[in-house]
Design a binder for this molecule. Structure first.
Ligand code: URP
Ligand code: ZN
Ligand code: ZN
Length: 460
């Protein structure tokens, strides 16, 4: 059935127009004033509403095996949460352990998502080990439609790779034209500082950020940038949290390093005092890199406005407070890291960004959709409103007022880091490839319609 979105104000990364959008099959076919609705067309009245391109979350963990447990979502729960919040495509990381083969890991992650996802999805392929077998398997995975790798400079003994492996991954990426996304923290410093703090009896969640201060992240960024400079590989820093790390990345850009930067909605709206809350409450706010001093927030918002930071993600990693987070009740280093936010990214960005006057609507679209599509080889199929693009659309009600609560969320986790927070505006209708998937906070679509988005490396 064709779909007509009528009378909305279409907001893209660089334009604002009042027009109708006609979609046939899975794509947008026409944009214009007063378009006809042929018989049988489903019509959505978007008067008084914005129409955005479907949002894309570039950094999500749905089924992450991590710190002795597993992230709580499945594609069934995670993709519905994404759609209710306006995210129509997500990028998860395939994260095999160092003992597993890359190809087996890729097949495993694909099996968890295929025919189980309501939204579209793709993967960053985790290079958690690098040897000659991995090298040829990574080539095969790229042939299957993945154009980004993921590496960790942290998490010693788990996903972290050493410098020889780092050099090898970047050289292969350069050869294949693949972009390398990286978690940047100096893992030796993290481990040493964790041991010192625990030995001193500093075991509460509030000490987590002391084990990974800004210098630890800045050193990780500097380290990656040095390797990127020498190999010529394209890089993308995930979850950048502070001014010290930003300074290193910008300095590298000035030397000609190809680097894009992602920050997270959590760093923009939460600071380290949340992880210092009394009792064990702070565990809800433990993630890595940690929440920072509030002074970083103005810097990050400014960097979004000025185009120094390209994207806003969630690094969604849901672990229950009642069970999983309590693994670290007497030792903060054992608290599974992550602050679930997949469902709330766009609403928080709109409320605390656009409504608060920190960013404009075009920047919202750019950092949460268009730039993601461009950097990760999906543009203009995704991230755009134009004929030929996938009909992934978010009709957004700017007048809605609501309150975030774990009681009403779709993410499969027992708490919300934003419990009781007010939001202004939310997606009213969300479409994926021409079909309505969510309406006014409820999932109403086909739970298995999501497709793997094949990507071809563009940096060769
Ligand atoms: O705390 C975080 N970031 N958890 C998820 C794993 C990662 O580092 O991306
Ligand atoms: Zn990370
Ligand atoms: Zn992550």
């Amino acid at each position: 059935m064709p779909l007509l979105i009528r009378n909305g104000e279409i907001i893209t990364a660089d334009s604002r127009t009042r027009a109708d959008i006609f979609c046939e099959g899975e794509t947008i076919t026409r944009i214009g004033a007063d378009l006809e609705a042929p018989p049988g067309t489903q019509v959505v009245d978007a008067a008084g509403k914005y129409v955005f391109p479907g949002f894309i979350d570039p950094h999500v963990h749905i089924t992450l095996p991590f710190m002795g447990t597993f992230a709580k979502d499945t594609y069934e729960t995670g993709s519905k949460a994404a759609l209710v919040g306006g995210t129509t495509t997500l990028i998860e990381m395939c994260c095999p352990s160092r003992a597993d083969d890359a190809l087996a890991g890729f097949d495993h992650w694909m099996a968890q998502a295929s025919r189980k996802s309501a939204c579209d999805f793709t993967f960053h392929m985790g290079a958690t080990r690098f040897d000659s077998a991995t090298k040829s398997e990574l080539r095969e995975i790229v042939r299957r439609g993945v154009s980004s790798f993921k590496i960790f400079l942290a998490y010693k003994g788990a996903f972290g790779i050493d410098d020889t492996e780092l050099y090898g991954v970047l050289k292969l990426a350069k050869e294949l034209g693949v972009i390398v996304t990286a978690h940047c923290e100096n893992e030796t410093l993290v481990v040493e500082r964790q041991m010192e703090l625990i030995a001193a009896g500093k075991t509460d969640p509030g000490w987590h950020h002391e084990s990974r201060p800004p210098q630890v992240e800045a050193e990780g960024v500097h380290h990656l940038m040095t390797f990127a400079e020498l190999t010529g590989a394209s890089t993308y820093i995930v979850h950048l949290s502070c001014k010290e790390a930003l300074r290193e990345a910008i300095a590298a850009r000035g030397r000609g390093v190809d680097v894009s930067i992602e920050t997270l909605i959590q760093y923009l709206v939460l600071d380290k005092t949340w992880a210092e809350r009394p009792g064990f409450e702070g565990a809800k706010f433990v993630m890595s890199p940690p929440l920072r001093d509030a002074s970083n927030q103005a810097v990050l918002w400014g960097a979004l406005r000025g185009g120094l930071i390209q994207t806003v993600a969630t690094d969604h990693a849901p672990f229950d407070f009642a069970g999983q987070k309590r693994m670290g009740i007497s030792d903060f280093t054992k608290i599974p890291n992550g602050i679930p936010s997949l469902e709330e990214r766009v609403n928080l960005l709109y409320t605390h960004g656009v409504k608060a006057g920190r960013i404009d609507l075009h920047t919202l679209v750019n950092v949460a959709s268009t730039q993601v599509a461009k950097i990760f080889d999906m543009y203009p199929r995704k991230g755009a409103i134009q004929p030929g693009a996938d009909a992934d659309l978010v009709v957004f009600d700017p007048d809605y007022q609501g309150v975030i609560s774990a009681k009403t969320q779709h993410m499969n986790v027992d708490y919300s880091a934003f419990e009781g927070w007010k939001i202004e505006g939310r997606p009213s209708v969300v479409t994926v490839r021409g079909k309505i998937a969510a309406r006014d906070g409820k999932f109403v679509g086909d739970p298995t319609r999501g497709l793997f988005v094949k990507r071809t490396p563009s940096r060769a």
